[in-house]
Structures are given as structure tokens and as C-alpha cells.
Design a protein around this ligand. Structure first.
Ligand SMILES: C[S@@+](CC[C@H](N)C(=O)[O-])C[C@H]1O[C@@H](n2cnc3c(N)ncnc32)[C@H](O)[C@@H]1O
Length: 273
């Protein structure tokens, strides 16, 4: 049964939000008002974000307790360094040659097994702000291969004190979602890579099998669960068959390939709320 969205508020800016320190594909800042109304009555519970990415939701909701997980180890390394009080000391200049020199250095650190160092966290921040669209892609050899991004100007920051304060209350992990240790009382939010219909494997390597495993795993969780995803036919069927309550929202992005500029539909699949 697809519920109308009358019980959820219109999107509005949230005073308490901190904007994410990184650019991250699939950022869900626009969902903060919706998730806020769902999480508010459960604030005493730990917020678990299985696909935390750019942290748009936790930075908007500011839970007191949180476990923020993402399979990307470089992303989580950067957040862990912010927790410890990261201050960037490498020169931050928007320049093509500097970009490629830093990219080489970052890849050398990975090769040498030094990806957890402060230097790797600093380089990761620079590459994220400066690379094409904030993408984070690696080739078959495990090398970061995103090209230089064309911008008018890039604003870099060296200190992350606002973030450090709140990150100290939170835990970070870098695991596949199946291995995140959930507690029965957790409020679990999952924002997996979008389901791309008619393909078995998505470009991010997150395929249909993963979508099914996620939906089944969270159908077992005794506490509140919210999953956000692209509202494809098969995703709606999967969530409906597992007993989730479905809410459809117009997403801020458009369906570009069919030329009619129709807004893409997002689904929020919820249970135990
Ligand atoms: C749509 S993004 C999440 C965006 C995030 N909600 C935000 O607002 O910035 C999906 C994330 O899932 C992560 N991811 C992909 N496969 C995963 C897996 N098997 N387990 C955990 N995280 C995974 C990716 O690294 C990516 O950051």
C-alpha cells in the first residue's frame, strides 16, 4: 500500500543543519525535513546510517548517538581524522598540476598501505573538493582515477572544529552493510546506491542482489527502519512484499533521458514507526 505524503512536512531549511564537508554523489540533504519528523519521536535511540556517504542526514538531524557506516574506507578515514581534530597543512591550491601531483601521492600512500594516515585524509579532502564533480572512483588496480574538475573557484577549509564537536559523540565504521552490528533499539536509516532498473549490476557495483539482501535484512530489525531509494517498479514491489509502508516523494533531480523533464520519484520505505 503506498501511503500519501500528507503526514510528512514540506521540505524547508533546517536551522540546525551543518552542511557536509565533502561533495558526495547522491547526497540527501533535501530529505532532512522528512527524516526529522520520523526521527524526532525516537531521538533517544541511536541513529544508524548504513550508507552514510556525505553525512547529509546526521549533520541535519544531529542525533546524540550515532553509528555512521560507509564501505568507502577513505571517506571514513577522513571523518575519523576530523574526530581527532584535523587541521589541513598541505597547500590547498586550485591548480591542475597540483591536483595530479596530489593524486599520485594519494595513490602512492594507498600502494604502501598508508591510507589511514593524516596525510591521506588531507589529500582525500583536497581531491574531493578539486576533482571532477566530487567523484570517488578507483580503477581495477585500486588507484583513484578521477580527473581534475573545472570550477570557477574552489573554497577549501583547513579546520573542521564545528564538525569535530559533533563527531566526538558519534562512531564511524567502514563495513559492508551486512556486517554492521545493529542493536535491537537502533533507528536504522539506509540510503543505498539507487536501484538502476533493467541492469543486474549498477555502476557502483551495488546490484539487485544487494538491494534484496538489504531489504530482507532490515525487515528483520525490531526497531524503526527507513530506506530511501529510487522508486523503480521492482524496488516498490520488493519493499511492498516484505511489508514496508511506502511513501513516494518527488526528488529534486529530473528524469533526463526521456526528455519530458518529469521529476524522478523517490520512495521512503518505513517500518516499526
Ligand atoms: C547514495 S550514497 C549515500 C549518500 C548519503 N545518504 C548522503 O546523504 O550523502 C550511497 C553510499 O553507499 C556506499 N556503499 C556502497 N555499497 C555499500 C555497501 N555494500 N555497504 C555499505 N556502504 C556501501 C557508497 O560508498 C556511498 O557512499
Amino acid at each position: 500500500m503506498i501511503q500519501p505524503l500528507l503526514d510528512l512536512p514540506e521540505a524547508s531549511s533546517d536551522q540546525r543543519s551543518l552542511s557536509p564537508p565533502l561533495k558526495w554523489a547522491g547526497g540527501k540533504r533535501w530529505l532532512v525535513p522528512y527524516l526529522s519528523s520520523l526521527y524526532e519521536p525516537h531521538r533517544r535511540r541511536r541513529w544508524v546510517d548504513l550508507f552514510a556517504g556525505g553525512l547529509a542526514l546526521p549533520l541535519g538531524l544531529k542525533p546524540d548517538k550515532a553509528l555512521l557506516n560507509d564501505i568507502n574506507p577513505h571517506l571514513i578515514n577522513f571523518y575519523k581524522w576530523i574526530q581527532k581534530g584535523l587541521e589541513i597543512t598541505i597547500p590547498l591550491v586550485y591548480d591542475r598540476e597540483v591536483y595530479y601531483a596530489y593524486r599520485r601521492r594519494f595513490n602512492d600512500l594507498i600502494q604502501q598501505g598508508l591510507w589511514q594516515t593524516k596525510e591521506a585524509a588531507e589529500l582525500f579532502y583536497y581531491l574531493n573538493r578539486t576533482g571532477y564533480n566530487g567523484l570517488c572512483r578507483f580503477n581495477q588496480k585500486g588507484e583513484f582515477n578521477v580527473p581534475f574538475g573545472k570550477y570557477k573557484k574552489v573554497n577549501y577549509q583547513r579546520r573542521f572544529a564545528d564538525y569535530q564537536e559533533i563527531f566526538q559523540k558519534w562512531e564511524f565504521s567502514s563495513l559492508d552493510f551486512r556486517h554492521v552490528p545493529l542493536q535491537t533499539d537502533d533507528f536504522v536509516y539506509a540510503d543505498p546506491p539507487y536501484d538502476v532498473e533493467f541492469t543486474k549490476y549498477s555502476p557502483e557495483g551495488f546490484g539487485w542482489r544487494d538491494q534484496v539482501d538489504l531489504a530482507k535484512l532490515l525487515a528483520q530489525h525490531p526497531g524503526p527502519v527507513v530506506i530511501s531509494n529510487q522508486a523503480t517498479e521492482r524496488i516498490l514491489r520488493l519493499y511492498r512484499e516484505l511489508g514496508y509502508e511506502l511513501h513516494l516523494l518527488p526528488a529534486p533531480r529530473r528524469i533526463s533521458c526521456n526528455g519530458d523533464r518529469q521529476k524522478a520519484l523517490e520512495v521512503l520505505a518505513v517500518r516499526n514507526l
